[in-house]
Design a protein around this ligand. Structure first.
Ligand SMILES: Cc1cc2nc3c(=O)[nH]c(=O)nc-3n(C[C@H](O)[C@H](O)[C@H](O)COP(=O)(O)OP(=O)(O)OC[C@H]3O[C@@H](n4cnc5c(N)ncnc54)[C@H](O)[C@@H]3O)c2cc1C
Length: 427
């Protein structure tokens, strides 16, 4: 049996290098550049490209991928340990070639793309020469894919796509979208949708507006309108009606990778909270001496460690079973717990910083908002809790009798019968 919580010393050296590199070289980018996805910006490329080259040289590029796709085949546990560090910086995932949604979209193209599509889209995506978008949610609903109405109809040798999409992140910088559309309206609910590659420059691909989060006047999340967009027949990914299967290729990995990076973000807030507690004096002693502050620190440490262990064990299960479906319950649990841990720790860090905590001079307000984003993107928390409960309940059966199997009078009676003759029971 093996049950080990230690990191291999050789890999620990890599992690130490990553931590220092991210702190010294990557985190500063967050304060001078706009978006990691602006691949056509000279300013961004001037600063980002040399760092990406350094990461490639250290063989740490695209670690979520297998070697045949240019990754290191490290598996999810090592990736989790790396992502915990990368989560500290907005730019770090891009510098290390593992940013969402490109990472998941690359997995889809690797699995379902034709050799020509791999050459045209996958390779430049893996090299971060281009970025991509996943276009599924619609204005009338995201959590229930059964309400999606965007249509793709086969006309001659082309698919013709019509409909609206909502919150298609990074569409404004993307070279292509992976778009979900209804091809078979009369099929059973989970066989109606198919997945397509839609080149961003195809006529009829329109961005109505770019929606922001919080007080961003213009953000990265496109409200899109597809108007008679013609795409070649072979841009269908997988078989007709396979949309949900194709989407799962990216969502399993995508969700756990978000969780790994969230640990990094939460730890950053926690570090600041501890530093402030030891630095700020009020009523004659440092904050760290106040019991209610100590409680916040203890609760936060426990929250982070519990969550981290759940994420790492889920990563370990993915490596072991190599099948996201077998680890569905664990991934859903991680996804459901992530916004709560994020929110709880970050709000405590904000509170301990007093008035400074609510200003944009500290990262907490943005992080609180981000914790809500984590409870929505890739599906709302409620839906993931439903998955956990359903999966858990599969291992249980209803009772046949009137009383539960844990009903004490019946258990006691059975125990008396079992030991009858061996012990005297006093009534
Ligand atoms: C920052 C950000 C980036 C995103 N990026 C993308 C992207 O790139 N591509 C993309 O396609 N989508 C993207 N999304 C959309 C995201 O997937 C949806 O927001 C999510 O699926 C929820 O859909 P909705 O917003 O339409 O909410 P609705 O479906 O309207 O749900 C609203 C609320 O109802 C409740 N609810 C829903 N279902 C249930 C249920 N079964 N039981 C109990 N309560 C329920 C939940 O509280 C939920 O938040 C992004 C979202 C955000 C916030």
């Amino acid at each position: 049996m093996s049950w080990d919580f230690e990191t291999e010393p050789e890999f620990q050296k890599q992690l130490d290098w990553i931590a220092e590199f991210v702190r010294a070289e990557v985190e500063p980018l967050d304060y001078v550049l706009e978006s990691p996805y602006e691949v056509r910006s000279d300013k961004r490329n001037k600063l980002v490209r040399p760092l990406q080259a350094e990461v490639k040289k250290r063989k740490l590029w695209a670690c979520h991928l297998e070697p045949e796709l240019g990754g290191q085949g490290y598996g999810q546990v090592k990736l989790a340990l790396m992502n915990e560090i990368l989560g500290r910086s907005r730019f770090a995932p891009t510098v290390f070639g593992c940013q969402a949604p490109d990472s998941g979209n690359a997995e889809i193209l690797a699995k379902y793309g034709t050799p020509e599509q791999k050459k045209r889209y996958l390779q430049p995506l893996l090299d971060n020469e281009i970025v991509s978008c996943f276009s599924m949610t619609e204005p009338q609903g995201g959590a229930d894919p059964k309400v999606f109405a965007t249509r793709a109809e086969l006309k001659g040798d082309d698919w013709v796509v019509n409909g609206e999409k909502w919150f298609s992140s990074n569409a404004r910088w993307a070279s292509f979208m992976i778009t979900m559309a209804v091809t078979d309206p009369d099929a059973p609910p989970y066989r109606k949708l198919s997945a397509f590659i839609v080149p961003a420059d195809a006529p009829g691909v329109n961005i109505v507006r770019n929606v922001g989060v919080g007080d961003e006047p213009e953000g990265a999340h496109a409200y899109m309108r597809y108007q008679d967009v013609r795409i070649p027949k072979d841009h269908l990914l997988g078989q007709r009606g396979d949309g949900f299967v194709v989407a799962q290729t990216r969502l399993g990995g995508g969700r756990i990778h978000h969780a790994m990076r969230t640990i990094g973000q939460v730890k950053k807030a926690f570090d600041l909270m501890c530093e402030r507690s030891l630095s700020r004096t009020t009523q004659g002693s440092v904050l760290a001496d106040k019991q209610m502050v100590q409680e916040k620190i203890a609760d936060s440490w426990i929250d982070i460690e519990q969550f981290r262990l759940l994420v790492l064990r889920t990563a370990w299960k993915i490596d072991r079973y190599k099948d996201y479906l077998k680890v569905r319950k664990d991934i859903a649990a991680v996804k459901a717990q992530m916004p709560k841990v994020f929110h709880d720790v970050v709000t405590r860090a904000l509170q301990i910083h007093g008035s400074l905590g609510v200003t944009p001079e500290m990262p907490f307000v943005e992080q609180v908002l981000e914790s809500f984003v984590m409870g929505l993107a890739d599906g709302p928390t409620e839906v993931h809790k439903i998955t956990v409960a359903r999966q858990v309940l599969r291992d249980y059966k209803p009772t046949t009798g009137l009383f539960p199997t844990g009903h004490i009078p019946a258990l006691r009676e059975a125990a008396i019968r079992k030991f009858a003759g061996r012990i005297e029971l006093e009534v």
